[in-house]
Design a protein around this ligand. Structure first.
Ligand code: AP5
Ligand code: ZN
Length: 226
């Protein structure tokens, strides 16, 4: 069971992933964005190469991310399948993924595309706060943590519900970087849908609704996923 969770920045991929993982029996979510941010935080060679590009909202090189995924899917927990979040991002990455899977007799079974108009994404992205370790994301208006009472949002009022640790904002969650991220999405990522279209495995979900409504739509189609 190999699924691609597809959608623009702020579509809700990361927000819905934990529930999709649960619905699909615990197969792991592999987010190249999370992996890259972990490499940046750890100060590895890879992290140093990726940091600047990520901050400005550009795409990291195909080779780099394909290698990350290639190594990750060799791990034991990926044996029954996995959910790709934020990968592939270019048609080139898609072809490399297909080739890599074909070698093992596998292929992508399901592409879930979350659709949200660009105009809605700025508010979602600029109001996002994340718990770095778990990857849980919140929103000052749409999904506030319990710690946020009536005070203005700040690092002392934005705390993770489960651990009580402070939440942070992502360096690329600025209006300026979002412009580049959206440009990259439309020019380089959207063509991936045409690549998988003929296989009949793409399902689109209207994600310009409340999180609960979006989840109920996802739940219906994920249940039917092979
Ligand atoms: P990545 O981490 O993949 O970021 P992204 O694609 O820009 O996606 P986001 O994480 O911003 O969106 P999301 O859909 O997960 O949103 P979320 O659910 O949190 O990539 C970051 C960077 O890494 C890239 O720019 C690139 O540089 C590099 N990179 C990564 N993969 C790469 C690759 N394969 N190739 C090359 N480079 C790569 O939701 C957002 C906010 O909205 C949250 O606050 C949430 O609470 C809120 N929200 C969610 N749903 C709703 C709703 N229905 N209503 C209201 N608010 C909502
Ligand atoms: Zn994400």
């Amino acid at each position: 069971n190999i699924m691609i969770l597809f959608g623009p920045p702020g579509a809700g991929k990361g927000s819905h992933a934990p529930k999709i993982v649960e619905a699909l029996g615990g197969i792991p979510q592999l987010s190249t964005g999370d992996m890259l941010r972990a490499a940046v935080a750890a100060g590895t060679e890879l992290g140093k190469q990726a940091e600047g590009v990520m901050k400005s909202g550009g795409l990291v090189s195909d080779e780099l991310v394909v290698n990350l995924i290639k190594e990750r899917i060799k791990e034991k927990d990926c044996a029954k399948g996995f959910i790709l979040d934020g990968f592939p991002r270019t048609v080139e990455q898609t072809k490399m993924l297909d080739a890599m899977l074909a070698k093992a007799g596998d292929k992508v079974n399901f592409v879930l595309a979350l659709e949200v108009p660009d105009a809605v994404l700025t508010e979602r992205i600029c109001g996002r706060w994340v718990h770095k370790e778990s990857g849980r994301s919140y929103h000052i208006k749409f999904a506030p943590p319990k710690s946020l009472g009536k005070q203005a949002p700040s690092v002392t009022t934005m705390l993770d519900d489960e651990t009580g640790q402070p939440l942070m904002q992502r360096k690329d969650d600025t209006e300026e970087a979002l412009k580049s991220r959206l440009e990259a999405y439309h020019s380089q990522t959207v063509p991936i849908l045409a690549h998988y279209g003929p296989a009949g495995i793409v399902t689109k979900v209207d994600a310009n609704k409340t999180p609960a409504e979006v989840w109920s739509a996802i739940e219906k189609v994920v249940g039917k996923a092979p």
